[in-house]
Design a protein around this ligand. Structure first.
Ligand code: KIV
Length: 269
């Protein structure tokens, strides 16, 4: 069986269910549960490596985990994050690193921020499918002053709208919106042709993504800090609660995305 392409997935008109994944066993379970796209996210810095943020994740880490996921789910689309420092400085560098991630098994690479329009164009023109991650961008957590909702002021909303249009025009195949008002993400999704994926961006995106540890309710914050001090983000929902299998929890997430019952207003801004 051939792997479905992103165009085929989008053409079927259903909401897209994306989930982070970092290893072969979970990749196999996610594929069996019907996840459309597996995101090898640099959130692995926190959930696998126990760090405070994503900034120390390397290209070697992303290549290794992409290989693991591709081995477990060879028929499922895979998106891999380009780690901090691997694409921002030089287009050629970005191309070489993106190609290495495709060679490891990724179908799409994800970069953060709206400033790299020329890099996106350069990669897209050379056949690299690029997703642009806008709104809250974890690799800029320090510049953004922490985990803060973006796009709340008219100025910030206009900036994100402009970035999404520019990235779409530059050839991005997907735009991912993190932690921004649902109404804004919905308006942009209506306006641009490129499919959008939301995390804390409301139900009107073309699809949704969650970090798998949040979906299973097992992430309790930075390793070494007291679990009781951790408060899960508003957009997270524990799909394992009340179910007796991980595969069922993931399958229910997929169905909730497709039926637009997740995210609900209580998960949105
Ligand atoms: O790294 C990651 O898991 C991500 C999600 C937060 C979308 O980029």
């Amino acid at each position: 069986m051939r792997k479905q392409t992103l165009d085929q997935l989008v053409a079927c008109g259903e909401k897209i269910a994306m989930l982070t994944c970092y290893d072969a066993t979970f990749a196999k379970v996610c594929a069996a549960a019907g996840v459309d796209i597996l995101l090898v996210g640099d959130s692995l810095g926190m959930v696998l490596q126990g760090a405070e943020n994503t900034l120390q994740v390397t290209m070697q880490d992303m290549i290794y985990h992409t290989r693991c996921v591709a081995a477990g789910a060879p028929q499922t689309l895979i998106m891999t994050d380009m780690p901090y420092g691997s694409y921002e400085h030089d287009k050629e560098d970005a191309y070489r690193n993106a190609q290495a991630l495709l060679d490891a098994g990724a179908d799409i690479v994800k970069i953060e921020g709206g400033a790299l329009v020329e890099t996106t164009r350069y990669l897209a023109e050379r056949g690299i499918p690029v997703c642009a991650h806008l709104g809250f961008t974890p690799q800029s957590v320090q510049q953004l002053g922490g985990y803060k909702i973006q796009g709340k002021t008219d100025e910030s909303a206009a900036k994100i709208t402009q970035e999404a249009s520019s990235m779409s025009a530059a050839g991005a195949c997907m735009i991912l919106f993190e932690m921004m008002p649902a109404a804004l993400a919905g308006q942009i999704t209506e306006k641009i042709k490129t499919p959008t994926i939301g995390i804390g961006a409301g139900v009107d995106c073309s699809g949704q993504v969650l970090v798998i540890q949040d979906l299973l309710g097992i992430y309790t914050g930075v390793a070494g800090k007291t679990p009781g001090d951790y408060k899960a983000p508003r957009f997270a929902r524990n799909f394992l609660a009340g179910r007796d299998s991980i595969q069922q929890a993931i399958a229910d997430y997929v169905q909730a995305v497709k039926q637009k019952t997740f995210p609900a207003a209580e998960h949105s801004y």
